[in-house]
Design a protein around this ligand. Structure first.
Ligand code: NAD
Length: 254
């Protein structure tokens, strides 16, 4: 593994434009479960319940959806060494952007600046009305649920409230998709951290980067279908690996 860490640090050293692409696996060491690990969310919830069509048509599915939101995001989660290493990449001037599938906001908390973060699947910081698109802090909606509302609706227009995240079957945010594609096309190095790379269209970004001539690095606990086309693959925990890589990058810069 030492050699691989050295290799990725060298890639970063040689690359003016680095894109980091994160998935749920970058946040498991912060205590937030991912979807597809054996102890992940899909071991306890049915993914079919989390389509936008089900959310809109089925009150019971909405209640389960809110229960999952509370379960996943009520604690005060903190960034872990992987998030801090990605923030450090920005500080040393290497990061062109961090494209994240995550909705937990931990890249912001770790210190990446707003303009460097592309949240492809939205954020749990806010809730949105599916009718008038009004936005409000998710905490306000969770408080209403705590006070007994099971299926909260918009106080302005009566529409359905939902976390401001992209559910299965829901359209991707166009501006974020454009930015993610542009960053992926223009980078020299694309580093995947903690993603199974099965959720499209987000998982298409490493392919865009690779086809445009960038090197591809995958840091993920388990193997992915894209390992075969990567220039380096590290099957280990993101926190220790990213921290070690950044240490090497900084040694080289001295
Ligand atoms: P996923 O659950 O499909 O895959 C996570 C991957 O991370 C797995 O392959 C697993 O082996 C790996 N992993 C787990 N812990 C790791 C660690 N400590 N170090 C390295 N790798 C680790 O997640 P995905 O690819 O992001 O795609 C699914 C969807 O999950 C995304 O759309 C995202 O919105 C959503 N999601 C987000 C959060 C979050 O915001 N924290 C949590 C759960 C799910």
């Amino acid at each position: 593994m030492e050699n691989l860490i050295e290799k990725v640090a060298l890639f970063i050293h040689e690359s003016p434009k680095v894109v980091v692409f994160t998935g749920a696996g970058v946040s498991t060491e912060s205590g937030i479960p991912d979807f597809r690990s054996p102890d992940g969310i899909w071991a306890r919830y049915d993914p079919e319940d989390f389509t936008i069509q089900r959310f809109v048509s089925d009150r019971e599915a909405r209640k389960r959806n809110w229960r999952l939101r509370k379960e996943m995001f009520s604690a005060d989660y903190r960034p872990n060494p992987a998030h801090y290493a990605i923030a450090e990449l920005e500080r040393i001037g290497k990061l062109s952007c961090v494209i994240t599938q995550n909705i937990d906001g931990l890249h912001h908390v770790a210190g990446n600046s707003e303009e460097k973060i592309v949240e492809l699947h939205g954020t749990v910081k806010n809730a949105k009305c599916l009718s008038c698109d009004d936005r409000l802090p998710l905490g306000e909606v969770l408080k209403r649920i705590d006070q007994g509302e099971e299926d909260p609706h918009c106080e302005k227009c009566g529409g359905l409230l939902k976390a401001a995240t992209v559910s299965f079957g829901e359209a991707m945010p166009p501006a974020e998709m454009r930015r993610a594609e542009q960053c992926s096309r223009e980078c020299d190095l694309f580093i995947v951290v903690g993603s199974s790379l099965v959720v499209y269209p987000a998982a298409g970004m490493p392919l865009v980067a690779k086809r445009s001539g960038a090197r591809l690095v995958i840091i993920n606990y388990t193997s992915t279908d894209m390992d075969a086309i990567a220039d380096a693959v590290i099957h280990n925990k993101a926190g220790a690996v990213m921290e070690a890589i950044l240490e090497k990058v900084k040694e080289r810069a001295i």
